[in-house]
Ligand binder design. Structure first.
Ligand code: GDP
Ligand code: CA
Length: 311
């Protein structure tokens, strides 16, 4: 079944792995967020694409949730000793990938092209597509000032309350090659349990992508990133409370109005089912914490059943 997954980083990577454990990997296209991309120490980092890449290649660090397993930090220790920037954590193995990508980008190659090559080299059978090859950057407005996504998230520990999220370059951004084709051919559309504002938001901010998704005629299922109204990790709960007015499943569903027909959310939020249905979105309650392969399989059974595709 040709499947498209919209995904951010940690929740996106975990879910992408769940998807390819249940659907043949070659049938799966992941469309990833590039709003967090940054240049640090002279290298181009695509945090969310890398989380997906590492998760699908089986190289990710489960505990930390980002970066590679068996990582070492010698390069960054040297940077620190020399008084360089160390707020953004880059492991030695990770840096190797960034070097290859950065060189290719400087040689004029598109991010989508480089990403495909990295995925191939790491044995990933699914397609991993950046939403766009154009520069699209997420900015976070707070009382303390405006920060790039990673500066707010990592350097400031996402403590500042978010007044607004803006996507610089989104207006002019075109979908990366393959994105519209994948959506046109899709049989099942999935939205990962990623942050709706800063992970899925930048993908939907590309007008042609949103329009293509709105036109689809196939089941679309989103999985909520909140469990018991709380994010498993990161700022999604606080952002929903502040920017959407609450942390119930209906508030999550509201972020995807007109885009999904089903929201899968956790048993801990069961009480919110009626409010989801009132939005015209089908509520599906299950356990959504992807702690191991069994949990991922059970979540995917619910997702596929919800999509009416469970053979
Ligand atoms: P980021 O780009 O690295 O911040 O990652 P994402 O936006 O893709 O994912 C962050 C979200 O993933 C957080 O809001 C978490 O609550 C959610 N998340 C992480 N692990 C799980 C899980 O096992 N189940 C569910 N339902 N959500 C998860
Ligand atoms: Ca991210």
């Amino acid at each position: 079944m040709r499947t498209v997954v919209l995904a951010g980083g940690v929740g996106g990577g975990r879910f992408a792995r769940a998807v390819v454990e249940s659907i043949p990997p070659a049938d799966v296209t992941v469309i990833g967020n590039v709003g967090d991309d940054l240049e640090v120490l002279g290298v181009h980092v695509s945090p969310d694409l890398d989380s997906i890449l590492y998760a699908l290649a089986g190289l990710n660090d489960e505990e930390r949730g980002w970066g590679r397993a068996d990582e070492t930090w010698n390069a960054l220790d040297t940077v620190s000793a020399l008084g360089g920037e160390t707020w953004f954590r880059l492991g030695d193995r990770d840096i190797g990938l960034h070097l290859v990508r950065t060189e290719a980008l400087r040689a004029g190659r598109a991010l989508s092209d480089v990403t495909a090559e990295l995925a191939r080299a790491l044995g990933v059978e699914s397609a991993i597509l950046p939403a766009t090859d154009d520069v699209l950057r997420t900015w976070i407005d707070t009382e303390a000032g405006t920060f790039s996504l990673e500066e707010w998230f990592v350097a400031r520990g996402h403590r500042d309350e978010v007044d607004a999220v803006r996507f610089e370059g989104a207006q002019a951004a075109r979908p990366a090659p393959g994105v519209l084709e994948a959506i046109a051919a899709v049989e099942l559309l999935l939205v990962a349990p990623s942050n709706p504002f800063v992970s899925i938001g930048p993908i939907l901010a590309v007008a042609e992508i949103r329009a293509a998704l709105e036109r689809r005629r196939v089941p679309a299922v989103a999985v909520s990133p909140l469990i018991g109204g709380r994010a498993v990790k990161g700022p999604a709960d606080g952002m929903l409370a502040r920017l959407a007015g609450g942390t119930s499943p209906a508030h999550v569903a509201g972020c995807y109005r007109g885009l999904v027909d089903t929201l899968v959310f956790d048993e801990a939020d069961e009480g919110g089912a009626d409010a989801v249905a009132e939005l015209g979105v089908r509520p599906v309650v299950t356990r959504t914490l992807m702690r191991d392969e069994d949990a991922r399989r059970r979540l995917m059974e619910s997702v596929l059943e919800a999509a009416g595709a469970f053979a």
